[in-house]
Design a protein around this ligand. Structure first.
Ligand SMILES: *Cc1c(COP(=O)(O)O)cnc(C)c1O
Length: 416
């Protein structure tokens, strides 16, 4: 996607608008599958929560992906997009037994991450194949918001509880067909990943009827200059070799599964906003845009740094700006950012706006959620309309407040 095309999209569809590049998504998908071409069978389940637009899901289906889902609504979205239930894995956390049973009945692969549900589900449905989510207690990254494999994490069943898992499996005679881990969204180096994988292999040996081992995700993509990117090619080479070797030891060819979100869609997304006001203060120059953390919360929630370009004045002299939003809350997108000179009415583009951006958007300040556009074969397709005032009022129930009726105490009202 050229910046000139992005500018045209902002003109045609208005701002703020999320724009996704289908080609970029395909490139990432193909990179991942190419890196693991040597394994017996690879399954890439796209993590729906990263970007859940139905057209994006359909694109994933066309590429050959399955889906990783965390709620029954994501499962329903996947089914609506045309996925078979068998190509959907359900990896929820802390959801009710009923929700898991409903999804299992639909035919999706169930992934259970706590002993209580494992025991209840296994007792009631011993024949339904179940995958178990293990917490290998590997600290990937260092930010406890996004490192879910460590000891205090709420995710997965601790590897120290394997004896307990085995007792439940034996008592219920349930069918464990997969082992899973997802160590968080910030695996910094391949060695950490391989280390966690060894724990998963050790665990896998306890189960005789496995069909797949799911290594989750956590692939890192660069957000700003100097950021580390997971070297997928190197990981592919090393993990494939080790995986094939494990399958030999195990005595059966297994499927290697991943469930990337960010890796597939982050860099494919751009968020376009309009500059409403340029405001000089005693200490800085604010560029105030027609958005806020209601549309893009990552910078405030995680401290994420999204690169920002001025599409309207790419050759302008670079100056320092604080880019902030228009909602009544501190909503700083960027501090002291060097951007080519900004004028009111300019269109700015935020990079890496594919993953966890639109899907985390809200109506805070009663603002509309933005439109979404997918560029496919060079053409811009609207894949979600901007909300309207009807959307804001939808589901709200108005009460008719009438003046309180005063009860009469006089006897005149009583008819005998
Ligand atoms: C969120 C999530 C993913 C995707 O993580 P990314 O960092 O976006 O690749 C994968 N698996 C599970 C279980 C998740 O919750």
């Amino acid at each position: 996607m050229q910046d000139s095309q992005l500018l045209q999209i902002a003109q045609d569809f208005g701002s703020p608008v999320y724009v996704y590049d289908a080609e970029r998504i395909a490139t990432q998908y193909n990179r991942l599958t190419a890196a693991f071409k040597d394994v017996n069978q690879l399954k890439v389940n796209y993590a729906v929560k990263a970007l859940s637009n139905i057209s994006v899901l359909k694109l994933m289906k066309q590429l050959g992906a399955g889906l990783d889902t965390v709620s029954i609504q994501e499962v329903q979205l996947g089914l609506a997009a045309g996925f078979n239930a068998e190509s959907i894995i359900f990896t929820p956390n802390g959801v009710s037994l009923e929700e898991i049973e409903t999804v299992a009945k639909l035919g999706c692969q169930i992934n259970i991450d706590n002993l209580s549900i494992l025991e209840q589900f296994g007792t009631k449905h011993p024949k339904t194949p179940v995958c178990i989510r293990i917490n290998p207690h590997v600290m990937a990254g260092g930010n406890t918001n996004i490192s879910v494999g460590h000891i205090d994490s709420k995710f997965g069943i601790s590897i120290h509880q394997i004896p307990h898992i085995l007792r439940i499996v034996e008592n219920t005679k349930m069918n464990i067909n997969g082992i899973h881990m997802h160590t968080g969204s910030d695996i910094l180096d391949i060695d950490v990943f391989l280390y966690a994988s060894e724990i998963l292999f050790e665990t896998a040996k306890h189960f005789k009827n496995l069909e797949f081992i799911d290594f989750g995700s956590g692939f890192k993509v660069p957000y700003k200059a100097g950021d580390i990117e997971t070297n997928i090619e190197e990981l592919g080479e090393k993990l494939s070799t080790r995986f094939n070797q494990f399958c030999k030891e195990y005595g059966k060819p297994l499927t290697l599964a991943f469930e990337p979100g960010k890796f597939l869609v982050s860099e494919a997304g751009q968020f376009l906003v309009n500059v409403n006001v340029v405001k000089q203060t005693t200490s800085t120059v604010f560029a105030q845009v027609d958005s806020g953390f209601n549309h893009l919360i990552r910078p405030m929630l995680y401290g994420s740094q999204h690169d920002i370009r001025n599409l309207s004045n790419p050759e302008g002299r670079e100056r320092f700006y604080s880019v902030v939003g228009y909602i009544c809350e501190t909503d700083t997108f960027a501090n002291n950012r060097r951007i080519s000179e900004i004028n009111e009415g300019d269109i700015l583009a935020f990079s890496n706006a594919g993953a966890y951006c639109y899907s985390m958007a809200s109506n805070y300040n009663s603002r509309y959620r933005p439109a979404e556009v997918l560029v496919y074969n060079g053409e811009a397709h609207l894949i979600r309309q901007r909300e309207t005032f009807e959307d804001i009022l939808k589901n709200q129930v108005e009460i008719d407040f009438k003046p309180k009726k005063v009860k009469s105490t006089t006897k005149q009202n009583i008819t005998l």
